[in-house]
Each structure stands twice: as C-alpha cells, then as structure tokens.
Design a protein. Structure first.
Length: 598
C-alpha cells in the first residue's frame, strides 16, 4: 500500500559553505531515506531550504560590509550547486526570504495570537550603550553559566549544547567589540506560551516511545518537563515583520519562523507544480508519516517547539474542522561528526567543506564514507585514514571490483551479453536467494532509519558474492567448461543487479553506472535540477527533484540471459596513500571559496 512520507530537513544558515557535519547530521540521511521510499513507490515530499534570516547572516554581512540579502543569496546559490553535486534529492530546496514563507509565517503568528497562545511580556535583554540598541543573542558572547565555557554564544553554548538565557551569561560582551560591556534593560516582546502544551506534548512523546532514538526521546522528555514561555520576537532589522501595526519594526525570532518552512515549502512546492492544494495530502492526512532529519543541537526545536506551534495553530487554510495539522512521526536526530578527533570550528578553520572535498573526490566515495560513519547514536569521527581505508578496501575492493570483473568477464568472454546457461545449481540459487533477502533485511533497517547498519548489511552481501566467486572460480573453469563458468557469471550478475538497487539510496551515481553496464536503459532515479522562478517580481532559485524519469523500484532482479551488456568502466578511483597526509594538511588552513562546477 502506497504511503505518504513527508521529509523535513534542517535549514542551514546561509552564512557559509556546507561542510561534512551538515552532510552527516541531516542531509545525507534524509536523502538515503527519501530515495529508498521513492523506490518503494511511496509518495515522498522532501523539503528544506536556506535559512535566510537571523543574526548569523547579519553577523557575516557586517564582517563583509555587504547586506544580509547579498550574503544569503550568495550562499543559497552555493548550497544549490553543492547539494546537486552530491545528490541530495529535495523535492524542493527553497529559502525563507520568499513572499510565500513571509505570508504563511505571519498567518501562523496571527492564528497563535488569536487562539491565546502568544502573550506580550516585558523582557530584560542586554543593551549596548555604545550602539544604542538591544543586541540580538548571536551578537553576544560570554562565559556559560552551566559549564564555564568562555566563548558561549548568547543563544546556545557550543560546548555543553544547552540553550542560553542571554542575561545569565557571565561577563557578556558584544562580539564586534569585546570591550563593549553590556547592561540589562527592559523591552516588550511576544512570547510563545509553551507551558500550555505540556500535557499534549507529554501524550505526543509517550505515543512515540519505542521507535524514536533513545537519546532524542530522553532529551525531549526532559526538556518538556520544565517549559517556560519563550520569546518569539526580537530587536533586529533583518527578518520577517511582526504583522501588528502597533509593534514597531521588530521581527520574528528566526527559530520561531524557520521551522515553519517545512510547511511553507510544502505549500510552495504545490503551487509550483500547478496543484495548489496538493500539500494537504501530507499535512492533513492522518496516514502521513512525517520525519524531521536534524542534528542533535536542533532537537528541542523539532520535538517540542515545532509541535507546540502546530498544536497551537491546529488548522490553517483548511475549512474541515475534523482535520488538524499532522505532527512529525519521527525525529531521527543525529549526533555530531567530529574531524580527526576535534569538533568542527569555523573560526579555527577546522572543517571539511563540501565544495572543497567534492573537487577532489567522487560524490559516491564521500557519501559512502559518511554513511558508514554516521553519528546515529553517538558522536563519530571523520578521519582521512578512515576515508582512505574504507573507500579502497570496501567500496572499491568489495563492490567496485566485483562489478567490473564480473561484467568485464561477461562482456569479453560471452560476446557482450549475459551468459545463456542451463539450470542453476543449489549453490547458485542459494546465493541468489541470500542476496534477494537483502530487500527485506536492508529495507527493514532503512524503514527504521538505521542507515549505517543498513549499509553494513548491504556490503556484507557484496562480500558474499565475492566469496561465491572465489569458490566457483569461473575465470579458471572457463577453459574446461564454458557453460559452467557462464552459470556462475550469470548468477553473479543477478546478484549484482539486486545489489545495484539495494545500494542505490547510498550510491545513486555509481548505481546508475551499474544499471547501464547491465544493459538497461532509463534512470533509477529522476532528475535533480536547479530551476529559476519569479515570485512578486523577484527571481528565486530552487533545487528540485523531478521524479518523471525514475524507473527504479525496490524489486528483485529480472536480468535476462542473453541481455546485451555495455562495456564496463571503473566505478571508483583508487586512492593513493599520500591522500591522507595531503588532506590532513589542509585542516586548519584558511579556506578559500572557489566556483562550484557540477
């Protein structure tokens, strides 16, 4: 039975290039899951976009002496190209500076206000007498009052991960001027009254006990126990206007409006496809399963706060009072991916930037290593020695060489066709059945969003095919018994044809190559393209997955004896040992942005 699957993916701040932490935290897991669900024939809507507002963009704009819009538009373009290059198949990757997002976010605000979930309160905030204004939290640094970290941001401590009350920071100062010692003053803001939702949130979280990751559930339940009203407006001049005539020029807090992007992007996708109500198939469908792919620093926003907003609004652009907005089914948040044992640090240039790594390495090699080391249950570590070893000894040796030697042997020795042979032996059928069982075992793990384990199981199957070939040795028996050798090669080709599909959510580029080597036409997946469109006389660009050309399905091989093969080409480039030292040497060095070629 076809299911509706909505996939919400964390919105990256458009203030710098994407790095492997982004890829491991949310984007690659979401893409693997989406591609699997599409192969299963489910209706998938995967959305995200550039987070265009908030202080991170303003901070970067101030550094460069340009406008926040120029900063976000620059990085939005680079996000589109980078993700297209590595194959993150969004149905829509947009941004939050569209008129569509602005209007819907304001409608959310007004609906929450109308239903009594927002309240105006006096708030004490840090004020710069030098600049004569209240400073947004990201413009403030100080010592964390929980763990003692001396460079805690005003909104969150990067060391302990706790959300900060800015006025509690020890020795707070402006990030632009450490000598600017800040004072506390009072101002008025609107607050989301989160305590109103405690009972609903508790019931919601209890209902998902068992299939959520334990660390996500435990954090969320602890967070929901002690909720306080949270400010949703702020003193900043870049963002979405508060839709009230008597509230000055204050803007919505970015954490409040950005999560609405999962909803607003769904509406935008529907409009762009000429079916303006199609988004309701997910948001008002009680059978829909919604997934939020995020990093662990975003857990409270996607397990408590976003749910509270949806519960509070209850219904938007829908007249049927029996319907309500659907809450996420799962939030498979990942932990952090460190680099050579150290945490990512933009200021120390301790990062592996995606546009940079994709200049030198194949996208499927990067996807493979990151998928094999996903931080699903604990922090993991990207090491260049690990990258070198896994790409050469696993991706290349166990899978790439298997494909090339089997297809190459058949192409050369059997006149460019799949060998025609007589009845298979018990050993042959046993291998085929074992590989075909991967559709269930690997598929079950993918359904549970246990992606790293799913890839491990898939590669174990590839090694079983290698073991079968070592035992049957068709390259040796060919001279004495061409038919028997052909039987073994046909069996191995059937196994490869199955593995091509099982591995395709992880390795879409090279799986397509295998598909074509085996003589098939068409595409396993649809096209991933960047499109430009106009909204209210402003031009926007988006990354869009077009499913029209997808022919791949999560089904067993139907490879025919006698089927024409295409001449095989190597799937993967072997890495040389010096790669490790070269790449380690780049860590900590200044990063230079270069044009991205796709």
């Amino acid at each position: 039975m076809t299911k509706n699957i909505h996939i919400s993916v964390a919105w990256p701040y458009a203030n710098g290039d994407l790095h492997v932490g982004h890829l491991a935290g949310a984007y690659l897991p979401a893409d693997i899951f989406a591609r699997y669900q599409r192969l299963k024939g489910n209706k998938v809507l995967m959305v995200s976009g550039s987070d265009s507002h908030g202080t991170p963009i303003v901070v970067e704009a101030n550094k460069r002496g340009i406008t926040p819009r120029e900063v976000f538009e620059h990085y939005h373009e680079r996000f589109l190209l980078t993700q297209q290059k590595i194959g993150i198949s969004y149905d829509l990757f947009t941004h939050t500076d569209t008129e569509n997002h602005r209007k819907i976010a304001q409608d959310f605000f007004l609906k929450l206000l109308e239903k009594g979930h927002l309240k105006k309160e006096t708030q004490e905030l840090l004020y710069s007498e030098k600049e004569e204004r209240f400073l947004p939290d990201r413009f403030v640094e100080g010592t964390c009052y929980i763990c003692g970290y001396e460079s805690a941001r005003g909104d969150q401590c990067d060391n302990c991960g706790n959300l900060m009350e800015t006025t509690k920071l020890i020795n707070p100062h402006s990030i632009s001027d450490p000598s600017d010692k800040l004072v506390v003053r009072s101002t008025e803001h609107y607050f989301l009254d989160l305590p109103q939702f405690i009972d609903q949130l508790t019931a919601y979280l209890d209902s998902h006990e068992g299939h959520w990751r334990p660390q996500v559930m435990n954090f969320s339940k602890n967070f929901a126990k002690d909720l306080k009203a949270r400010p949703i407006t702020r003193d900043i001049d870049w963002g979405i206007d508060v839709p009230l005539d008597d509230f000055g020029d204050k803007k919505m807090y970015v954490w409040f409006e950005a999560v609405m992007g999962y909803f607003t992007a769904s509406v935008e996708w529907a409009k762009n496809n000429g079916q303006p109500d199609a988004w309701k198939d997910w948001w008002y469908n009680p059978e829909n399963q919604g997934y939020c792919f995020i990093g662990k620093d975003n857990i409270p926003f996607h397990t408590v706060i976003w749910q509270s907003e949806l519960m509070g609004v209850e219904r938007l652009y829908e007249d049927d009072e029996s319907k309500s907005l659907q809450l996420p089914y799962d939030v498979p948040a990942n932990e952090f991916m460190n680099i050579e044992g150290k945490q990512f640090s933009k200021s120390r240039n301790w990062a592996i930037w995606l546009p940079d790594i994709l200049e030198r390495f194949q996208p499927d090699a990067v996807r493979y290593y990151v998928a094999r080391t996903l931080p699903e249950t604990a922090d993991s570590d990207f090491t260049w020695d690990g990258f070198y070893t896994r790409v050469n000894n696993e991706l290349l040796a166990a899978w790439g060489n298997l494909v090339n030697r089997v297809v190459g042997f058949a192409y050369k020795r059997y006149d460019g066709i799949v060998p025609v042979t007589d009845e298979l032996t018990i050993v042959d059928n046993t291998l085929i059945e074992r590989i075909e069982s991967g559709f269930e075992t690997v598929g079950s793990l993918l359904e549970q969003v246990k992606l790293r384990e799913a890839l491990t199981e898939a590669m174990a199957l590839a090694r079983e095919v290698n073991g079968y070939l070592d035992e049957r040795a068709p390259w040796k028996t060919y001279k004495e018994d061409k038919n028997d050798a052909g039987r073994s090669i046909y069996t191995a080709l059937r196994a490869i044809d199955n593995l091509k599909i099982i591995l395709s959510p992880f390795l879409p580029f090279s799986s397509q190559q295998v598909h074509e080597m085996l003589g098939y036409d068409g595409q396993l997946f649809g096209d991933l393209k960047i499109e430009e469109y106009t909204e209210d006389e402003r031009k926007h660009k988006a990354l869009i997955y077009d499913p029209a050309k997808q022919t791949g399905t999560w089904e067993k091989s139907n490879l025919q004896q006698g089927q024409k093969l295409r001449e095989p080409q190597p799937l993967y480039t072997k890495l040389e040992p010096e790669v490790v030292d070269e790449e380690q040497g780049r860590l900590g060095a200044p990063y230079e942005e270069k044009p991205i070629e796709v």
